[in-house]
Design a protein around this ligand. Structure first.
Ligand code: AMP
Ligand code: ZN
Length: 115
């Protein structure tokens, strides 16, 4: 837990969020500033700042995140129509919250470029 990390505070219910999925390793909630009808943020509960901070010891969360994404897409009814999973790593990619996360974006026909 990083006290000054927005997503750690969401995990610990110190900040409100609309939770759409949770298990012991992963949490997912609606993005506060959605860019599409469905815009969910999927995070590991463990604080990992970015893809750059993955190690042999914590990299299993990537599988957990992707399994969660599959379940969320099914739950929200977009598994067949499709969805996009996006990770921004570092300043040039526009990462603003330094707690590893994936954007699950769906509910609209997406162009070649979004976010
Ligand atoms: P990124 O640019 O990849 O770091 O994306 C961070 C995302 O987190 C943005 O889409 C924000 O809208 C979203 N975000 C920031 N704070 C919150 C919050 N308190 N609840 C939900 N989403 C948030
Ligand atoms: Zn964090």
């Amino acid at each position: 837990m990083m006290q000054d990390c927005v997503f750690c505070r969401i995990v610990n219910r110190q900040l409100p969020s609309t939770v759409v999925y949770e298990d012991d390793k992963v949490m997912a909630f609606n993005d506060i500033n959605p860019v599409a009808p469905i815009h969910v943020i999927i995070i590991p509960k463990e604080h990992i700042a970015s893809v750059n901070d993955l190690t042999d010891n914590n990299a299993s969360v990537m599988g957990d995140i992707h399994l969660a994404a599959k379940k969320i897409a099914e739950k929200l009814g977009v598994a067949d129509k499709g969805y996009r999973l996006i990770n921004n790593c570092g300043p040039d990619a526009g990462q603003t919250v330094f707690h590893l996360h994936y954007h699950l974006i769906a509910g609209v026909k997406l162009g070649a470029k979004i976010i």
